[in-house]
Design a protein. Structure first.
Length: 247
């Protein structure tokens, strides 16, 4: 494989996200984004905090942070996502920039109090670069908070009962590092890595995991929506809060 082939392979995920941007933005459903409420709790009071929103997408969450008083830099490798963010979610406290998370970031050492990466690491062809960069950019007393699809279960198929209800997942080939095409919003690429892979690179770059969460939906009013009840049996997402090792 020559250098051009390698570059084309690295660029493909971003090109796909440019193509998928419109459908992704139009089809985001809050009832399936319940992992965000856990992130809200973990970040706490953000007033006057400098926050890097890594993989900010269309900027919706960056604007929420800015409205709470944070100073936000929102970055995404997709030029189309950043275009939508500047157009749809501008704010005086937000700076949006196109930056590829698989390459060194043009941000100052120790410039962020909090780094957030929502549902992005499993969309990157490699995570070594960004985790290394996060450790460089984060202040010593800062926090990295990220969410991912649950590595143990996401790539496995549901097994249905006789009524068609999702009952359990048959987990196979969990320990392999691999990729697959998804078609939720047009074609994108999902990169499966076992949980130990994430922890390996966090530890290698000086991070210590403070907490790990497996979010479930907030069933307001006691309703029993059959489309989300399976989330109470098998976690779909994982949220991790990590800080720099001290001492």
């Amino acid at each position: 494989m020559n250098n051009q082939d390698i570059q084309n392979q690295a660029d493909e995920p971003l090109q796909l996200w440019n193509n998928a941007a419109n459908d992704y933005i139009q089809n985001q459903m809050s009832e399936y984004n319940f992992h965000t409420s856990v992130i809200d709790q973990l970040i706490g009071d953000v007033k006057n905090k400098e926050i890097l929103d890594a993989g900010c997408g269309d900027g919706q969450y960056a604007k929420k942070l800015a409205e709470m008083g944070a100073i936000v830099i929102g970055i995404d490798g997709s030029t189309e996502m950043i275009h939508r963010a500047c157009r749809n979610h501008p704010h005086p406290y937000i700076t949006y920039k196109v930056m590829d998370l698989t390459k060194p970031l043009t941000l100052i050492n120790g410039s962020s109090d909090i780094i957030i990466a929502q549902m992005v690491l499993m969309d990157l062809p490699e995570i070594e670069t960004c985790i290394s960069e996060f450790s460089r950019i984060l202040r010593p007393d800062g926090w990295l908070i990220f969410s991912i699809t649950h590595p143990c279960f996401f790539s496995s198929d549901w097994v249905m009962d006789e009524t068609g209800a999702r009952t359990y997942k048959k987990v196979t080939d969990y320990l392999s590092v691999k990729s697959e095409s998804l078609f939720f919003w047009g074609k994108t690429i999902h990169y499966h890595r076992p949980l130990s892979y994430y922890f390996q690179y966090l530890e290698k770059n000086g991070f210590s995991v403070h907490s790990l969460h497996e979010p479930i939906p907030d069933m307001k009013g006691g309703e029993q929506d059959p489309d989300i009840m399976h989330h109470f049996r098998i976690p779909s997402f994982m949220v991790i809060k990590a800080g720099m090792l001290r001492g």
